[in-house]
Write a protein that binds this ligand. Structure first.
Ligand SMILES: Nc1ncnc2c1ncn2[C@@H]1O[C@H](COP(=O)(O)OP(=O)(O)OP(=O)(O)O)[C@@H](O)[C@H]1O
Ligand SMILES: [Mg+2]
Length: 231
């Protein structure tokens, strides 16, 4: 579904992604891993068109994404939950969700009930300002916003960062339900190993901007962990 080939990215003179290849098959749940500063967020932002690529290819289904600006990349059917959530703190929960609706190709005007089935707390808090929600609730809002236009693929950047353990588990349950029951294709960045193992079926690892390892989650052994993930 998402196929990246020989992708290079620079911040000014600084070469950050080096010939990155990655494939996320339709229906998969892939976890992108790697230590801090290795290029995970840079890769996701380059997929979403928030950063320019120097060379390479990013294909989503039959579309070459590098030809399109950021707003067109959500319209092909990719929902994106950025690192740090980036909800609008001054806007209400309802307004935040409406912004998510606008990211889609079809002009939906109503927030799908499914969002409130997944996250009942958002329904209770529709009129509350995003900034007044707890960290876990803000993360649910960010995921709800990304799902509002019914994307085919969901990309999440460290959805459990800074969130208390019981909510981490809930977020894991939601991602698994979306992937396994609703057949949504998922790419997530996650540094917590137990969470990654529970939620994802495949992994890939970035090390200093290079894709150094990938495979089935069951093949992620102690050697790979020691070499690329432990600090
Ligand atoms: N706007 C920027 N300008 C220049 N360099 C940047 C910029 N953003 C990130 N970098 C550098 O690019 C590299 C990759 O950063 P990136 O944020 O993609 O890492 P990450 O794997 O997501 O890390 P983390 O796990 O801490 O979120 C780092 O060396 C970082 O310092
Ligand atoms: Mg990051």
């Amino acid at each position: 579904m998402l196929h990246i080939e020989a992708l290079n990215q620079f911040y000014g003179e600084s070469h950050t992604l080096w010939d990155v290849n990655m494939t996320v098959a339709e229906g998969a749940c892939m976890c992108l891993m790697g230590r801090n500063g290795m290029g995970k967020t840079t890769l996701l932002k380059t997929i979403m068109g928030l950063l320019p690529a120097k060379s390479g290819s990013i294909q989503f289904e039959d579309t070459e994404l590098l030809k399109y600006p950021a707003d067109m990349r959500t319209k092909v059917g990719i929902g994106y939950v950025p690192q740090g959530r980036e909800i609008f703190p001054q806007l209400t929960v309802e307004e935040n969700l409406h912004i998510g609706l606008m990211a889609g190709k079809e002009k939906l005007t109503q927030i799908p009930d499914r969002i409130f089935e997944l996250f009942p707390v958002l329904k209770q808090m529709l009129k509350r300002r995003g900034g007044d929600l707890s960290g876990g609730q803000q993360q649910q809002l960010a995921i709800g916003r990304a799902l509002a236009f019914n994307p085919k693929m969901l990309i999440l950047d460290e959805p459990t960062e800074g969130i208390q353990p019981n909510v981490v588990r809930e977020i894991g349950d939601i991602i698994m339900r979306l992937n396994q029951e609703e057949k949504l294709t998922v790419l997530l960045v996650e540094q917590k190993l137990p969470f990654a193992r529970r939620v994802a079926q495949q992994f890939c690892i970035l090390d200093k901007g290079r894709m150094v390892s990938n495979g089935e989650m069951t093949a992620l052994d102690q050697d790979i962990i020691q070499q690329y993930l432990t600090v």
